[in-house]
Ligand binder design. Structure first.
Ligand SMILES: NC(=O)c1ccc[n+]([C@@H]2O[C@H](COP(=O)([O-])OP(=O)(O)OC[C@H]3O[C@@H](n4cnc5c(N)ncnc54)[C@H](O)[C@@H]3O)[C@@H](O)[C@H]2O)c1
Length: 441
């Protein structure tokens, strides 16, 4: 099957590459010529484990190409996927659909025979119908159907998620489009992964409902963590005790510095706006957004309190700036709130991240990038763990404490314990939802 993938970002690139690995002929299109030039040179513009090898394999097999020419890619394609960004629209929190609609207009002009235009981007309910109207208006003779196929992959585990999904959601209006979508996902269908066919509106809603639910779960445990700190409970034990309940499950119950990333912040905001537009306020989601903002602010207070309120002239070493490990994505990362606040209070900030520097250099002006945690800790007054990369999970705490001017550790991912820190010679240890440790002065 011939597929055009419009938008070659985190979702479009992974989806296009995986479809080519299923055996389809895929052209990945992007309007950013630098991205396409990199891909044509065999370089991968994003960090996603395993993606480079899968690209190489499918390019060599002649099933995967990259282009800036949308018309040529769409000409003769049986399926055209829209995987462009839907960021928060400035000012009102709605999903910005301008990229989706611009792509739809371009696709309309390029359609030659029957094709299904599939929206993979996360879009509000009603968008697929809007895409259909836009194409029909721009090219009244175009023969096409639309389908909604939201994506659930997680950055950092994107290939695994795409190849072994919990489910695939396909929203359609007729059997012709449903059959074509089944053909595309045939390898998954044969391996009995659940493929759920719905109407367009339900497919669109499933994506927002799923993301808002996950954001709620994280936020819930973060709020419980704040209470644990006050009452002397330990959030790790609480999460474990809760998560063993089969009705609750243990995923997304790790307390931390608040959710970030390319999806939860914008999708919760968009869902809240959709609710307001339809006079059904999403009160839970609206509260989640508020509590998450407070959680992030609480992180700044925690670090400040650990340093007795004195940040001016002090050196803070920050481990991890990407919004989670195994990605270079910095969108809405907690580091983007925490680090500027530290700098604003007069601290000098050193930063280590295995993949974050390329994006982070522009987003975090004024920080000093170093190669590893031990260099960062040299004469530092505080060490802050913001992202739980594997290389920060087995640090030699004793060695770190020795190097620091003031051995104080803010472990905002609960990797270590107060006991570990105390034993290693730290004079202060703060974490999330557990009792802090502070050596007597
Ligand atoms: N990133 C994730 O983990 C994730 C997961 C599930 C769903 N989604 C959704 O998928 C969509 C894409 O997200 P992303 O993170 O891949 O975005 P991204 O910003 O990484 O990529 C979007 C790409 O589309 C390109 N583009 C925009 N308009 C174009 C056009 N007219 N023609 C060709 N290319 C065009 C941009 O240049 C960019 O490279 C969003 O709706 C997002 O909510 C993302």
């Amino acid at each position: 099957m011939k597929i055009a993938m419009i938008g070659t970002g985190y979702v479009g690139l992974v989806s296009g590459v995986c479809f080519s690995d299923f055996g389809h002929d895929v052209v990945c299109v992007d309007k950013n010529p630098d991205k396409i030039a990199m891909l044509e040179r065999g370089e991968v513009p994003i960090y996603e484990p395993g993606l480079d090898a899968l690209i190489e394999k499918n390019v060599e097999a002649g099933r995967l190409t990259f282009s800036t020419d949308l018309s040529a890619a769409v000409d003769g394609a049986e399926a055209v996927f829209i995987a462009v960004g839907t960021p928060t629209r400035r000012g009102d929190g709605h999903a910005d659909l301008s990229y989706v609609m611009a792509a739809a207009e371009e696709i309309a002009q390029a359609l030659t025979g029957y094709a299904v235009v599939v929206t993979k981007s996360t879009v509000p309910v009603g968008t697929n119908r809007q895409v259909k109207r836009t194409i029909a208006k721009a090219n009244p003779s175009a023969e096409f159907d639309v389908a909604s196929n939201p994506e659930f992959l997680r950055e950092g585990a994107a290939i695994e998620d795409f190849m072994k999904p919990d489910r695939v959601i396909v929203g359609v209006q007729n059997d012709r489009a449903a059959d074509l979508m089944s053909e595309i996902y045939r390898p998954l269908y044969l391996r009995e992964f659940p493929i759920i066919t719905t109407d367009l509106e339900s497919a669109e809603m499933i994506k927002y409902a799923a993301n808002a639910f996950l954001a709620t779960k994280i936020t819930f445990i973060n709020e419980i963590a704040a209470l644990c700190e006050r009452v002397g409970a330990d959030i790790k034990q609480v999460s474990k005790g809760m998560g063993l309940d089969g009705r609750i499950g243990n995923k997304f119950l790790h307390a931390g510095p608040g959710y970030g990333g390319s999806c939860f912040p914008k999708d919760t905001k968009a869902l809240a706006r959709i609710g307001q537009d339809h006079a059904v306020p999403m009160q839970i989601t609206e509260t989640v957004i508020k509590v998450n903002d407070e959680t992030r602010r609480r992180m700044i207070e925690k670090i400040t309190d650990m340093m007795d309120g004195h940040l001016a002239g002090k050196t803070v070493a920050v481990l991890g700036v990407t919004f989670k490990p195994n990605t270079d994505d910095m969108r809405e990362a907690p580091s983007l709130t925490v680090i500027p606040a530290l700098i604003g209070a007069g601290a000098r900030v050193r930063v280590v991240d295995p993949q974050g520097r390329r994006e982070g250099e522009e987003l975090l002006p004024g920080v000093h990038w170093v190669e590893d945690a031990y260099k960062a800790a040299q004469n530092a007054d505080a060490l802050v763990i913001l992202t739980e990369w594997n290389e920060f999970r087995a640090l030699d705490l004793k060695r770190l404490a020795k190097k620091m001017a003031t051995p104080a550790l803010a472990d905002l991912r609960n990797i270590y314990s107060a006991q570990d820190a105390k034993r290693a010679g730290f004079s202060a240890y703060v974490s999330i939802g557990r009792t802090d440790f502070r050596a007597e002065a």
